[in-house]
Design a protein around this ligand. Structure first.
Ligand code: SF4
Length: 355
């Protein structure tokens, strides 16, 4: 089997190792690019959300590199995600090449561990559990890498850029548990801020694919840090895996908090988006919230209303950015610049009033 799956930001290597730990060869798609998006857009329904188009582009590029088995997350979430894999399978079949698409239902951990993975890879459930455990460890490491880079970039952008390559090399090279622990310690040592603190901190919330895949979100964490804002986030592959196993405390907390503005879950990750924003504002004291989501994403458009009410109630600025294949990078950068400027001036004026 030559397996492939969508490119998933820094977490791509955690997914890759998971599949390799189950004994299959991985054929990765090239890093997501303008070409990936164009290929996906060409074969997608016009109004479907951007993650569908980009991941379809990933599959086509990987199949062209020799992959023969495509893994795609599946599962109903009261939104279009529930039928992504059916439509992608149709689009790929039209190309006339031999391949197999395996939908991986996200919401049945028992089925995943005891039936699907053992039957697809011909391995025991024990091996699946071990591979899963290693994926948890690796995705936690990736989350720490992102946090370290976000903190460092906000105070020393150039220094963080130099570090990124080396840090990424260490994370990718961690093959076993003792490697992972060693790299974790190295990452902590690399953060070294020499007592400097970022002037402002913003919380990043939104749809999960956009929270993780840097090409999709136009490297928003990096761009905010370039402007001097440290980005706090909670959505990551690690937390998503915990959530799927029903052991993510953050997910329960977000659902409880979000009820203030959303009486019911409208699907997708709307409850988490609103709940995380409330947590960032009220518990972590961030200076602003940046909300990112694909244009036409119904759940996140509903979450938007909750975020506006949060902003009215607390005075904390919220910037909502929706993305599609036509979104201009210059437009995004201009809006980020204006937003960070606003957040910075508001913070200074609050500090002046308090002193
Ligand atoms: S959450 Fe939004 S972007 Fe994701 S599949 Fe559902 S509608 Fe599309």
């Amino acid at each position: 089997m030559k397996a492939t799956f969508p490119f998933f930001g820094y977490d791509t290597h955690a997914l890759r190792n998971f599949v390799e730990d189950l004994g299959a060869e991985v054929v990765l798609p090239p890093k997501t690019s303008k070409r990936t998006m164009e290929i996906g857009v060409e074969r997608s329904p016009e109004l479907i959300c951007l993650p569908f188009k980009i991941t379809l582009g990933n599959f086509i590029e990987a199949l062209d590199r020799g992959a023969d088995t495509v893994f795609m997350a599946a599962g109903a979430r009261k939104c279009r995600f529930g039928y992504y894999h059916f439509l992608q399978e149709l689009a790929l079949k039209r190309r006339g090449k031999e391949y197999r698409l395996v939908p991986v239902s996200q919401y049945s951990p028992f089925e995943f561990v005891f039936r699907l993975m053992p039957s697809v890879f011909g391995v025991s459930p024990t091996r699946v559990i071990w591979a899963l455990y290693m994926m948890f460890e690796r995705s936690l490491l990736t989350q720490q890498l992102r946090q370290m880079l976000n903190r460092k970039r906000a105070v020393d952008f150039g220094g963080a850029e130099k570090l990124e390559k080396e840090a990424l090399r260490l994370v990718k090279g961690a093959r076993n548990l003792s490697d992972i622990r060693r790299v974790r310690r190295r990452l902590k040592g690399m953060t070294g801020l020499n007592g400097q603190r970022p002037e402002v901190r913003v919380g990043l919330v939104g749809e999960i694919y956009f929270m993780i895949e840097q090409y999709a979100n136009q490297e928003i964490e990096k761009e905010l840090a370039r402007l001097g804002a440290e980005v706090l986030f909670e959505r990551s592959l690690f937390h998503h895996l915990m959530h799927l196993l029903h052991i993510d405390r953050g997910s329960y907390r977000s659902r409880r908090l979000a009820k203030r503005y959303l009486r019911e879950c409208p699907g997708g990750e709307a409850m988490r988006t609103v709940g995380e924003a409330i947590y960032f504002v009220e518990k972590l004291g961030v200076d602003g919230i940046v909300h990112i989501f694909p244009f036409t994403c119904m759940p996140e458009n509903i979450a938007l209303e909750g975020l506006h009410r949060l902003s009215e109630d607390t005075g904390v600025p919220v910037l909502s950015l929706s993305f599609d294949e036509h979104t201009s990078r210059t437009g995004i950068l201009t809006r980020l610049e204006a937003f960070v400027d606003l957040v910075r001036r508001r913070k200074r004026s609050l500090e002046a009033q308090a002193s």
